[in-house]
Write a protein that binds this ligand. Structure first.
Ligand code: ADP
Ligand code: TYD
Length: 210
């Protein structure tokens, strides 16, 4: 997919319950209040086809899919999301705020069940071929993140039911990605109240827009 030079593509990453969705909504509202055109979206999902794939991957037995099959499903969803939602919005000069993107596949499918990072990256290079301009990593204590996430009581618990040990591993993997891609990552401490986190998020995005 060709790189677009318009708009700004911001992703939120972090473990389950770290506050990504809350902060993505807050950021979207703040940017709209400042007169920007914003598209608030999420993965897996963000287009009708990708939302159908979301149900396949997030509901049901934790052993329903192998890690390799998940890489294919998440990448298929992402390709559709990119083609139909993200790329057109960026081409129209909008700010795209996306709750999770390819870094989640690098972490969840790339390290949780063996080292599959090479496969994730090869498929990404072939089928997606672009990264966000800015990635906000909401860093968070895994115990607190898990209790927040389980407190939501939804049906999409396939990953959350993997438990706290895995959440520690995922947090470390996100921090390692931030060190690997320092130009686009900003790490923000999520163990604070919503307003304090939102202030730091907005400052990071405004710096990028300036
Ligand atoms: P994520 O999208 O990362 O899984 P959410 O934004 O859905 O996280 O937040 C998970 C839960 O924690 C929600 O019930 C939300 O209201 C709450 N929450 C989010 N941020 C904070 C915060 N900074 N302090 C306390 N609770 C929070
Ligand atoms: P999400 O709805 O963001 O969950 P949460 O709000 O609890 O953080 O994402 C759902 C789950 O999907 C989450 O546990 C992470 C997982 N996931 C992957 O495993 N790979 C991916 O590529 C993506 C985008 C998400």
């Amino acid at each position: 997919m060709t790189e677009t030079t318009h708009g700004l593509f911001v992703s939120f990453e972090g473990i389950d319950g770290s506050g990504k969705s809350t902060q993505a909504r807050r950021l979207g509202a703040a940017l709209e209040a400042a007169g920007r055109d914003v598209v608030l979206t999420r993965e897996p999902g963000g287009s009708p086809g990708a939302e159908e794939i979301r149900r396949l991957v997030l509901e049901g037995d934790p052993d329903r899919w192998s890690a390799e099959t998940e890489i294919l499903l998440f990448t298929a969803a992402r390709r559709d999301h990119l083609e139909r939602t993200i790329a057109p919005a960026l081409a129209a000069g909008k700010v795209v705020v996306c709750d999770r993107f390819a870094d989640s596949t690098r972490v969840y499918q790339g390290v949780s069940r063996g080292d599959l990072r090479g496969r994730v990256d090869r498929l990404h290079a072939e089928m997606i071929g672009r990264e966000p301009d800015l990635t906000i990593l909401i860093d968070m204590d895994p115990g607190q993140g898990l209790s927040r996430a389980l407190g939501r009581q939804g049906t999409e618990e396939r990953f959350e039911s993997f438990g706290e040990g895995l959440q520690h591993k995922m947090r470390d993997a996100f921090l390692a990605l931030a060190r690997e891609f320092p130009a686009r990552f900003r790490v923000i401490d999520g163990n604070r109240d919503i307003d304090a986190v939102a202030t730091d998020v907005l400052a990071a995005v405004e710096t990028e827009l300036a």
